[in-house]
Design a protein around this ligand. Structure first.
Ligand SMILES: [Zn+2]
Length: 330
C-alpha cells in the first residue's frame, strides 16, 4: 500500500509526512474518523514505508520492490502486526500474544509496527493491558490504533496517542472510486454515492444490497404517482416498514434525493446534475411549484429527526407521505 493510493485524506497524510520528514514519528497514533474512508490503508502505507529498505530521496514513497515491501504487500512482513477483533471484541489474550511479539527483537526491519483495527472493541482488561505498554514505549515500535468510535475508547488510551482525524469522503470522490471499481453498475453509482454518508464501506454495502434496490424501485414508483393515490393506499404501503427503522431512514433519504431532483427539474437545471439518472422521464412529469418541493423536503427531514427519537417507522413514513400527498394534490 502506498500513500499515493489513498484518496481524500490529504490532511491526515500531510501530518504523517511531516512526522517522517522531521523524524518525529510518535510511538502511538490514533486514526479516527468514519468507517471506510482509508484509515487502515493509511496505516498499512505508513507501516510499509517505515520498513522499506530502499527509500528514495525527496519523495515519501516506499519502493514496492524491496523484500520488506514485497512482504508488506502480501501481509507477511513479520514486523508489521495487524490485530483484528475476534468476533465482537478484542480480548486480553489477543493483546498479551501481541505484546509478546513486540518484545521480540526486530527481524531485519527498522520499525515494528502494530496496527490495532477497531480499537474501540478492546475489552476493559485488554485496554488496560495495552496501556502499560503505551506508557513505556519501546524504541522503534509504533502503535497504530484505528477507530470509528473514539468515544468508546478509555481516556487513558486516548491520552497516550497522537490523534489523526480522517475526513468523510465527498460524494464526488465516492462516485469516482465506484466508477473505477464497478463500471458495470454505472446507472446506480450516483445514487449510491449520494446515500453513502461519506463512507466507501457504506457505499459498497449499498451497492451489494438487493433489498435496497427493490425498495428504491417500489418507493420511486409510489412517489411518481403519489398525487393520484388514495390515502388508504399510502397507509397500506407504509405498514411493511413498521419494524425496519434502518430501511425507513434510507427511504426518507431517498425521498429527499428524489424531491431534490424534482426541484432541479422544475428549475430547468442541467439534467446531468440529477442523481436518479434512471428516472429522468418520471421526474419530468412532476410539475410542482419550487416552494412546495422545499416544504416536502422539510417533511422528510422532520421524519428523519423523529426516527432518531424512536418514533414508529411506519408512522413517520405515513406522516411524511400523506403531508406530501395533500400538498401536491391541491
Ligand atoms: Zn521498499
Amino acid at each position: 500500500m502506498q500513500f499515493s493510493e489513498i484518496k481524500g485524506q490529504e490532511q491526515a497524510i500531510h501530518i504523517l509526512h511531516r512526522a517522517i520528514e522531521t523524524r518525529h514519528i510518535a510511538h502511538a497514533y490514533l486514526f479516527t474518523g468514519p468507517e471506510g474512508v482509508g484509515k487502515k490503508k493509511t496505516a498499512l502505507a505508513l507501516a510499509q514505508y517505515l520498513n522499506c529498505t530502499n527509500k528514495a530521496d525527496g519523495i515519501i514513497q516506499s519502493c514496492g520492490v524491496c523484500p520488506s515491501c514485497v512482504q508488506a504487500q502480501s501481509g507477511s512482513q513479520p514486523d508489521i502486526i495487524v490485530l483484528e477483533p475476534d468476533g465482537n471484541s478484542i480480548k486480553i489474550e489477543q493483546i498479551r500474544t501481541l505484546l509478546a511479539k513486540v518484545t521480540l527483537r526486530n527481524y531485519d526491519s527498522t520499525y515494528k509496527v502494530i496496527l490495532i483495527n477497531d480499537a474501540h472493541l478492546m475489552t476493559e482488561q485488554a485496554a488496560n493491558c495495552l496501556l502499560k505498554t503505551l506508557e513505556e514505549p519501546t524504541e522503534n515500535t509504533v502503535f497504530l490504533l484505528i477507530t470509528s468510535q473514539m468515544q468508546n475508547l478509555p481516556i487513558t488510551i486516548l491520552s497516550r496517542c497522537q490523534q489523526i482525524q480522517f475526513q468523510s469522503l465527498s460524494p464526488a470522490l465516492i462516485q469516482e472510486l465506484l466508477q473505477k471499481l464497478y463500471p458495470a453498475q454505472q446507472s446506480r453509482i450516483g445514487l449510491i454515492a449520494a446515500l453513502a454518508g461519506g463512507s466507501m464501506h457504506t457505499a459498497e454495502e449499498l451497492l451489494a444490497n438487493e433489498e435496497l434496490s427493490q425498495a428504491r424501485q417500489d418507493f420511486y414508483q409510489l412517489l411518481a404517482k403519489l398525487n393520484t393515490m388514495r390515502p388508504a393506499q399510502i397507509i397500506a404501503w407504509c405498514e411493511q416498514w413498521e419494524k425496519n427503522k434502518k430501511m425507513a431512514r434510507t427511504l426518507l433519504e431517498l425521498g429527499q434525493i428524489w424531491y431534490h431532483d424534482v426541484l432541479l427539474t422544475v428549475m430547468h437545471s442541467d439534467s446531468r446534475l440529477l442523481v436518479n439518472q434512471d428516472y429522468l422521464a418520471e421526474l419530468r412529469t412532476q410539475q410542482l411549484a419550487a416552494e412546495h418541493v422545499l416544504n416536502i423536503l422539510q417533511y422528510f427531514r422532520t421524519g428523519m429527526e423523529q426516527l432518531e427519537y424512536n418514533a414508529s417507522p411506519r408512522l413517520v413514513m405515513e406522516v411524511a407521505l400523506l403531508k406530501t400527498q395533500i400538498l401536491i394534490s391541491k
